[in-house]
Ligand binder design. Structure first.
Ligand code: LLP
Length: 433
């Protein structure tokens, strides 16, 4: 189901024409569809029907409080990777008993915050972290449930920057070292190893790497149990790919069938950390054409969104579909255009030589599949304020983050004393000149 469709030649998010939102909040802005999130969430839960599975939504994909609330309202927990994400998840009403904390670099204060909130599980990725969690838990007088994140050394066959399951990647504990560390955890006073976690990468478009990784994890569970250790939970991470522009990611039901075959017989409670699958196609970035510029043999369509608003094309060469908000007439002739942002970097490019219907200055475009890793990765590079986020549900819409004021860009900066009026800086400069 697609919740971004043309109705009367106007691109709608559910029942709302996005040009009306543009008129209200200006451009660029992110627009999210609750129905799309709902549909993805439903498909995910239905696929695992009958299995003891908990969805811990991966907050890093889109951490807007309204998005987190939609997830919480459907019963999701959260996968967080920082103290900031933990605070957001709690603020959004996510149950601490359904929050897992992943990541290679948790600091003492972040571990403390997790212990104080009484979260479900900390996914430990190294010996040093295990020791720290044990010490912090002891000083809090609690016992922390930990899962050991393993690195199964499997090539996820995705973009190298979002691949996490090879031994050369920083994530997880190598399989050969995992049994000793798990045993060590079992002997510690203030942690209890409850199971294993694995996440080999993001935007996976084939099932084979999942099969390979899960099979290795399953073998490890068997061997840990043979040596008398208890393994009651498996956190299978996220990573399922979505369609951006012509990809053919695995069907959720085939992914679930694989888990039923390889993992379910182990009889563990299961956690999943989907991010992109739940929100990726539930969001678009709406932008306006500022200028059409005829270059040497190419046409540049300069839009008002830039790589600071949506980094994925610049960082991962990601290809997002681009649709005009006013539907092109059926026999409109397409021509090639480069859709570029205003940021002073050549990499600020959303599409190269893309066939598009005629476009004019002032036209509105939607950059599709921008619901995951869009707003969360935005920066203020070139001193461009963060853009609004709007959520649509049926015929209603709400601004769920307002546009940042230009003044906020320097509000945290301070003037050093020597630059203040009345200081002798000017004369110093003159004297040394
Ligand atoms: N669990 C862990 C431990 C993760 O590291 C990630 C993503 C997820 C779950 C969620 O993965 P998902 O289901 O969304 O694939 N910025 C990149 C993606 C980075 C993903 C990082 N980890 C992008 O825009 O493609």
């Amino acid at each position: 189901m697609n919740d971004f469709t043309y109705v009367g030649a106007r691109l709608h998010a559910e029942g709302v024409a996005m040009k009306d939102i543009a008129a209200e909040v200006g451009t660029p802005f992110y627009c999210y569809s609750v129905a799309a999130m709902d549909c993805n969430y439903e498909a995910f839960t239905r696929a695992f029907d009958g299995l003891p599975a908990t969805i811990c939504y991966s907050v890093k994909a889109n951490s807007n409080l309204a998005v987190l609330r939609e997830m919480a309202m459907r019963g999701a927990g959260a996968d967080v990777v920082s103290g900031g994400e933990l605070s957001r998840a709690l603020k959004a009403g996510m149950a601490p008993g359904k929050i897992v904390f992943s990541g290679v670099g948790k600091t003492a204060w972040e571990i403390d915050a997790a212990l104080e909130a009484g979260i479900f599980q900390i996914n430990v990725e190294s010996e040093s972290e295990l020791i720290m969690v044990n010490e912090r838990a002891r000083s809090h007088g609690v016992n922390a449930a930990v899962a050991l994140r393993v690195n199964p050394d499997v090539d996820a066959d995705t973009h190298e920057k979002i691949s996490t399951g090879k031994v050369e990647d920083k994530f997880g504990v190598d399989l050969p070292h995992a049994p000793d560390l798990y045993k060590r955890a079992a002997s510690m006073e203030s942690v209890t190893p409850v199971g294993l976690a694995v996440h080999i990468g993001s935007q996976l478009t084939r099932l084979d790497p999942f099969r390979e990784a899960f099979s290795r994890v399953a073998a490890l569970v068997v061997s840990l149990r043979e040596s008398g250790l208890e393994v009651v939970r498996l956190d299978l991470g996220g990573g399922l790919g979505i369609v951006y522009d012509g990809e053919t990611p695995p069907d959720i039901n085939d992914y679930a069938a694989l888990i039923r075959e390889v993992i379910a017989p182990l009889d563990c409670d299961l956690l999943f950390e989907p991010g992109r699958y739940l929100v990726g196609n539930a969001g678009v970035l709406v932008t306006r054409v500022i200028r059409i510029k005829e270059g040497h043999g190419r046409r540049f369509v300069v839009v008002d969104a830039g790589m600071n608003d949506l980094l994925r094309p610049a960082l991962y060469d990601a290809r997002h579909r681009i649709l005009p908000l006013s539907e092109a007439v059926p026999d409109a002739e397409e021509s090639l255009a480069d859709i570029v942002g205003p940021v002073c970097e050549t990499g600020d490019c959303f599409a190269e030589a893309r066939p598009l219907p005629p476009l004019a200055e002032g036209d509105l475009l939607a950059i599709c599949s921008a619901g995951a890793y869009g707003a969360v990765m935005a920066s203020t590079y070139n001193n461009r304020p963060l853009i609004p986020e709007v959520m649509v549900r049926g015929d209603s819409h709400a601004v769920v983050r307002v546009r940042q004021e230009a003044e906020a860009l320097f509000a945290l900066e301070r003037t050093p004393g020597w630059q203040e009026t009345g200081s002798n800086r000017d004369s110093n400069i003159r004297n040394t000149a």
